[in-house]
Write a protein that binds this ligand. Structure first.
Ligand code: NAD
Length: 353
């Protein structure tokens, strides 16, 4: 069964949805048409061979449109989602779903009143780098993972267009932070006990262009999330510490290494003092290579558009639960609220979240 999708806001991300849907989702989802408040974006949609509605209202009035994708700047998500539910449509909202938990609660209430599905495009749940880390956390080839660091770092310094404006819900917590938080909550099935964050506005006066957030889960497992716009020598995308080994994934191409303690008895490392360039040390002495073994990274890879839209279609047909559930997004929004609160007060925000 093919489901017809109307897209509100035909900017960079919506064009990427359209490209991927047209390339590989025939038979599952078809684009009925798009609307955008800017003439140049309506022209871009026509040039891409898409039907253009004269207004959002015209798109919402079309009975052929079953699902609406909201892909406007972030401050438009709540009012447009409300409008789409009032018109009896199912809604896929781009991330961040809303600017606060309170706003997202309004979206959930509108969805329940309309009896229509609400989901959020948390496409990075199907990124290959994330899926590899998730497998390591779950299958524990390095022993229990107790700390992971997830970073996205660039050096463009300025945020483009509306992303630099507070009124539009700009800033890096909403832009990339929301993905990294969602990924971490997917990997660690525990409640968040506390959140501590530091936000910086290094080059963007109105919004955060760099932040670090530390999440501690109830068992003590911790995750450091960092996004920067002013980093000229980057850390790896992922650094994961297990009890008996370490995983590093450098980048989105998944270059990386996984090293763990060899379990061969004869390779036990004696307690020796090693004389390094920094002087003698036992605790920080470089480990002999023969006491470690290199493991291949998990082979798992993702295909986000197929997985996301395939799931939405099956959920509409009653065959599956939604992959991205409102309750999960609500937790992400609560962590975002806690990050802003901690950034503002300088204090650690207690859960459980
Ligand atoms: N999931 C992802 O990986 C991902 C990646 C990029 C962007 N996004 C999200 O997608 C959304 C759009 O981002 P973008 O980079 O495409 O921005 P963009 O500025 O390129 O596009 C937004 C479009 O919305 C239009 N618009 C604004 N208000 C509107 C309204 N009331 N009605 C109709 N159209 C309206 C604008 O004219 C513009 O064409 C944001 O929420 C962003 O966070 C998600």
């Amino acid at each position: 069964m093919e489901h017809q999708l109307g897209i509100i806001g035909y900017g960079g991300m919506a064009q990427w949805h359209a490209f991927n849907i047209n390339k590989s989702l025939g038979g599952t989802v078809r684009i009925a048409g798009v609307s955008d408040i800017r003439a140049e974006r309506r022209d871009a949609a026509r040039a891409d061979g898409l039907r253009v509605y004269e207004s959002n209202e015209a798109l919402l009035a079309d009975p052929a449109v079953e699902i609406v994708l909201i892909a406007t700047p972030n401050d438009g998500h709540l009012p447009l989602t409300r409008q789409a539910f009032a018109a009896g449509k199912h809604v896929i909202c781009e991330k961040p779903a809303a600017l606060s938990t309170a706003q997202f609660d309004e979206m959930i209430a509108a969805s329940e009143r309309a009896g229509k599905l609400l989901t959020v495009h948390q496409n990075r749940r199907w990124d290959s780098d994330f899926l590899k880390v998730k497998e390591v956390v779950e299958k524990q080839p390095l022993g229990r993972v107790y700390m992971l660091e997830s970073r996205v770092q660039g050096s463009r310094q300025v945020l483009n267009g509306w992303r630099g404006a507070a009124v539009n819900g700009g800033g890096m917590v909403y832009d990339w932070g929301v993905h990294l938080i969602d990924q971490v909550l997917q990997m660690i099935p525990e409640s968040v006990a506390e959140v501590y964050a530091q936000l910086f506005s290094v080059h963007c006066a109105e919004v955060d262009d760099n932040f670090k957030a530390l999440l501690r889960f109830e068992s003590g497992v911790s995750a450091l999330i960092e996004v920067s716009m002013n980093c000229f020598i980057t850390h790896p995308r992922w650094h994961v510490c297990g009890e008996n080994g370490t995983l590093v994934i450098e980048d989105w191409d998944c270059r990386g290494r996984m090293v763990r303690l060899s379990d061969k008895e004869e390779l036990k490392w004696d307690e020796v003092i090693v004389y390094t360039a920094a002087g003698p040390t036992r605790s920080m002495a470089p480990r002999p290579v023969e006491t470690m073994e290199e493991l291949p990274l998990p082979a798992v890879t993702g295909d986000s558009f197929r997985s996301f839209y395939g799931n939405v279609a099956r959920a509409l047909e009653g065959q599956e639960e939604l992959a991205v559930k409102p309750a999960e997004t609500r937790r992400v929004m609560r962590v975002i609220d806690a990050i802003f609160e901690s950034g503002r007060t300088g204090a650690c925000v207690k859960g459980p979240i």
